[in-house]
Design a protein around this ligand. Structure first.
Ligand SMILES: [Fe+2]
Length: 302
């Protein structure tokens, strides 16, 4: 039984506001907010997040999850209209992603390098290849608008080297730009040390809060190929109001993730998942340079 009834003309912005207020209440340990979480059986994660408050609001209205509630009110995406319009998918976006997927299917090894000192290698032999281009016309195929990028799930237990993120790279789900370099040492497919300043501390502290070593493991890895994505759009958006796909999908940049990947074909089931969008990295497939700090090198993938 729903605790609340949706109004006759529900509004996504209003529902998002309710979720933000609920989250704020839980973070401030307000007794009535904590009681509302308890009533709909939402357990706060180590750091209560907006997704949990949205789940709580969805359950209060009698829905299983936030996505179903959004679908009910006719909302298709959390990103703002400006981004949805600018990133509206095209058949060219799709063709570019599908060519990227073909290239990934032939790949055994992915290497990242950067002028800052990154050199880290992952193995993807026999792993799934996934592409998103913002729409689908195939029954049963999932996609998400906006976006145009391709990626794989590297083999668990493989992946060694040093990844150095630069100031200006983007950390999700915090949805904010790094302000200090973050050095991540990978051994056997997992991060064994995170060093740097404030950002390194925050990232490490967040993962440790989940108390699950899988949070440090490689999740997914690929490059963005959306020619209309803007790196700086997040600077002008309210992070709580957006998914922030611009950074994840930007043309010629690298997206690397840690943690959960079972929902798209991997083995990690932890609740911890983070994306890191890297603006200035070089992305190699079997020693061939594919993406270089915002440029895509092979003609057929441009
Ligand atoms: Fe991710």
């Amino acid at each position: 039984m729903p605790i609340r009834e949706l109004p006759a003309r529900p509004n996504l912005e209003h529902l998002k506001k309710q979720a933000r207020q609920l989250l704020r209440g839980v973070l401030q340990e307000d007794a009535s907010a904590v009681e509302r979480f308890r009533e709909v059986q939402v357990t706060p994660a180590p750091a209560a997040r907006l997704a949990q408050a949205q789940l709580g609001i969805a359950r209060e209205y009698g829905f299983d999850n936030w996505a179903n509630l959004k679908a009910q009110v006719g909302a298709l995406s959390d990103d703002p209209v400006e981004a949805l319009t600018r990133l509206f998918p095209t058949v060219e976006d799709r063709a570019r992603v599908e060519r990227g997927m073909e290239r990934l299917k032939k790949t055994k090894e992915i290497r990242l390098e950067s002028d800052s000192g990154t050199k880290v290698t992952f193995n993807m032999t026999g792993r799934p290849v996934i592409g998103q281009y913002g729409y689908t016309d195939e029954p049963g195929r999932w996609d998400h608008w906006p976006g145009a990028f391709q990626y794989t799930i590297p083999n668990e237990g493989f992946g060694d080297g040093l990844l150095i993120m630069d100031p200006g790279d983007i950390w999700y789900p915090a949805k904010r730009f790094l302000t200090t370099p973050v050095r991540m040492q990978f051994e056997k497919g997992a991060v064994v040390s995170i060093e740097g300043g404030y950002d390194a501390f925050m990232i490490k502290d967040y993962i440790e809060g989940w108390k699950d070593p899988e949070g440090f493991a490689i999740s997914h890895l690929g490059w963005g190929s959306h020619p209309r994505a803007l790196w700086n759009s997040l600077a002008f958006q309210d992070p709580l109001d957006v998914i922030g796909q611009d950074g994840r999908t930007m043309y010629g940049t690298t997206l690397i993730a840690l943690g959960e990947n079972a929902t798209f074909g991997g083995k990690h089931t932890t609740g911890c998942h983070q994306d890191f969008a890297l603006r200035r990295h070089r992305f190699f497939l079997d020693d061939e340079l594919i993406a270089d700090a915002g440029k895509i090198i092979p003609k057929d993938l441009q």
